[in-house]
Design a protein around this ligand. Structure first.
Ligand code: A3P
Length: 267
């Protein structure tokens, strides 16, 4: 059986070993890449995209668990290869492949909520390193010492890339107001309502094809923290002390200097 989530070292190892094929990678015309920094709304976007592609057909969206409907290209190379995506052998994990994808959706979430979400995810994930205390994690996140590296470089890099490539740049905070945002698209009003309803946090939390309830405890221990945790904007206020917030804001100003990218930390 295929491992659900290979060890990170295995991912790096296979990246190195498959470098020749990676360089030759070419996406098909209808390929769509959903890209995010971890904990920014990947799962949510996956479900919305699938619902749109299936024209709001809930049953079709139940065909399998979400991580198999949209493989994680940086981790699920076994699945991709086995499924016969012929050109796609292994993709690099450092987001240099956007130039090859005809369609890209990038989702960004404010750093404070992202940090909180990532902290709880790492607490329950049994394959990522222990996050340590909240105080330790706070420092590590600011210093980019988390898997996938600095949040700051990720969001700034993609913000810049959107000027050169076809990238739909979305914000988690805006998606919370999605029901209004989506009006005016050419989707049928009834289908749209269904998509909004089915992709609400509450609905998705109960959906076994999404909530990772089938993932063994040895990989995700959801008794520590659920995969579908809170789904709100501003939970950082329940975690950051006043001193931490001040420290974070000063550091943030320096790291984000010179970019026009701005985030809403509350809605
Ligand atoms: P929290 O930990 O703050 O609750 P990803 O899918 O990239 O791992 O992102 C996970 C975050 O998105 C989690 O945040 C999760 O609860 C939130 N999320 C997932 N589905 C959502 C939805 N339908 N609405 C709002 N937030 C959602």
């Amino acid at each position: 059986p295929l491992p659900y989530w290979p060890e990170f070292s295995e991912v790096l190892f296979t990246t190195v070993n498959n470098w020749d094929q990676i360089q030759k990678f070419k996406a098909k015309d209808d390929d769509l890449l959903i890209c995010t920094y971890p904990k920014s709304g990947t799962t949510w976007t996956q479900e919305i995209v699938d619902m749109i592609e299936q024209n709001g057909d809930v049953e079709k969206c139940q065909r399998s668990v979400i991580h198999l409907r949209h493989p994680f290209i940086e981790c699920d190379w076994h699945i991709i290869v086995t499924d016969g995506y012929d050109n796609l052998c292994k993709i690099n994990i450092f987001s240099i492949y956007y130039t090859h994808f005809p369609k890209i959706i990038y989702v960004a979430r404010n750093a404070k909520d992202c940090m909180v979400s990532y902290y709880h995810f790492q607490r329950m994930s049994q394959t990522l390193p222990e996050p340590g205390t909240w105080e330790e994690y706070f420092e590590n996140f600011m210093n980019g010492k988390v898997s996938c590296g600095p949040w700051y470089d990720h969001v700034k890099g993609w913000w810049k890339a959107k000027d050169k490539h076809q990238i739909l740049f979305l914000f988690y905070e805006d998606m919370k107001e999605v029901s209004e945002e989506l009006r005016g698209t050419n989707l049928d009003e009834m289908i749209l309502d269904k998509i909004v309803q089915e992709t609400s946090f509450e609905k998705m939390k109960e959906n076994p094809m999404i909530n990772r309830s089938t993932v063994p405890k040895t990989i995700m221990d959801q008794s520590i923290s659920p995969f579908m945790r809170k789904g709100i904007v501003g939970d950082w206020k329940n975690h950051f002390t006043v001193a931490q917030n001040e420290k974070f804001n000063n550091d943030y100003k320096k790291k984000m200097e010179g970019t026009s990218l701005t985030f809403r930390m509350e809605i």
